[in-house]
Write a protein that binds this ligand. Sequence first.
Ligand code: IPE
Ligand code: IPE
Ligand code: MG
Length: 254
Amino acid sequence: MHYSRPNLNPRTARKPAHVAIIMDGNGRWAQARGLPRFEGHRRGVEAVRRAVRSAIEHNVQFLTIYSFSSENWSRPPEEVAMLMGLLKRFIRNDLAELNANGVKVRIIGERDNLAPDIVALIDEAEMLTSGNRGLTLTVAFNYGARQEIVEAARRLAIDVRDGRLDAQAIGQDDLADRLDTAGLPDPDLVIRTSGEMRLSNFLLWQTAYAEFVFLPILWPDFDDAAFVSALDQYAARERRFGALVEPAAVKSAS
Ligand code: IPE
Ligand code: IPE
Ligand code: MG
């Protein structure tokens, strides 16, 4: 079964099934208060907890959060270490509660260059919650969309080389099924905080037809009101997927 295509019925676009968030502005939040950047990241974790609660409350089925990009390794080593430590602490402190709330945790991104203790925690989080049927929380950690697509292309090439796949028959689903996000529906709504308007190498393939909402607040200030504001903006959008608006809708309007 393939979930990779967007929902093609514009009438059901009112509520997003999958919300993806680029959590941005922790550093500026701290800077504005004369605090060290790490304080912004620490408060950012509290905003993650609020986002998870909001997603559950508003019946969003899939929440994906961008928490460390492949490019974030270029930050000072102390900040990188702090961000690694925060992921570990988040899993250690919050996993039991997430599990109790039926949340299914999934981590996407490269694992090869992560410390063994982080990989062990990621595996534990995924294993413990794999049977849960509530919100799917996907954490993009050490994630970069171009690397993900290259890796999927490599897997396709290997499958062709080994005779498991006919190169002529390769379709969109064959690539989508080899991405880290295989099995997840494409995001309907992408939210980015902090006022920046770019993807920063996040879910390039999967956001082909996503709606984008840019919030002018910094991530540590993200709360349910901000979530609702993004949902409201999404509900007012008209998703077309290249087609025309529904004939029924046009008829009733004339
Ligand atoms: C988002 O906040 C967190 C990560 C990218 C890890 P930033 O750390 O990017 O904060 P700004 O953009 O410098 O304000
Ligand atoms: C994107 O934010 C990455 C995450 C939110 C994890 P950045 O702050 O790293 O992005 P740029 O550098 O402003 O594009
Ligand atoms: Mg930033």
